[in-house]
Design a binder for this molecule. Sequence first.
Ligand code: CAA
Length: 258
Amino acid sequence: MVEYETILVEQRGRVGWITLNRPQALNALNGTVSEEVADAASGFDADDGIGAIVVTGSEKAFAAGADIKEMESKTAEEMIATDHFGAWTRFAAVRTPVIAAVSGYALGGGCELAMMCDIILAADTAVFGQPEVNLGVIPGMGGTQRLIRAVGYYKAAELILSGRRVKADEAERIGLVSRMVPASDLLDEATRLAETIASKSLPSVYAAKATLDAAMETSLADGLAVEKREFAALFDTADQKEGMAAFREKRPPRFQHR
Ligand code: CAA
């Protein structure tokens, strides 16, 4: 496994783990972190021995945002020319399901990184927010777009315009997180969920994620067309035959691609 500077990467069974590891900066997301996370996630994505990815941070911080000190002196020209957050587009494009296991601060880019994942598990200690207006900027890693899709316009607008932070219970109530769990259970719960997903047929999981992604990006009619196509295509897989035969024969399925 590749050695990284700012993240820890580990394969446990069919689950790939990426742990942000810049404790001195509360896992602030600098250029090295973004490149390393995108690289590790792409590596897991290319490996059909991996059926789910978990991204996590420390107890105190999932990530306290993009690295403010790295950005402070940049010019607009530099931000555009270097596509400052471009690596995150590669991360968000992986086809393997990604679970964010969030404990502590998930602010700014940290909240946006969680929202690039498919499922957000939050410890009851988690705190989410888009505080960029306090810095004279706006969310720049997808927050203005993904937060609205998660919680609706009025809640997103309140949070982005005021910079107000929300604790895990409110985040769960408004639909920003999939599920809140006691902090002491977070990693066990992430493991259980990731292993469950990784035990399914990979082609059907990829198809489900692609179809969910389409719902975020297209009209209802276009999204339904994607669903129709993905659903039909699965009937050419051995796993569909196996899954349905197993149901008829009242036994657990033995998927080939898992
Ligand atoms: N960038 C760079 N360094 C950061 C950081 C960040 N986003 N967040 C924390 N750190 C650093 C601090 O500077 C500090 O380092 P030093 O000891 O060298 O000074 C260290 O991490 C510990 O932080 P604090 O001493 O501030 O810890 P705290 O417990 O008192 O406060 C906090 C925690 C409330 C999260 C506070 O650190 C904070 O407000 N951080 C910034 C949050 C923020 O504004 N995030 C948005 C960033 S912009 C962005 O993300 C743009 C985008 O859309 C992509």
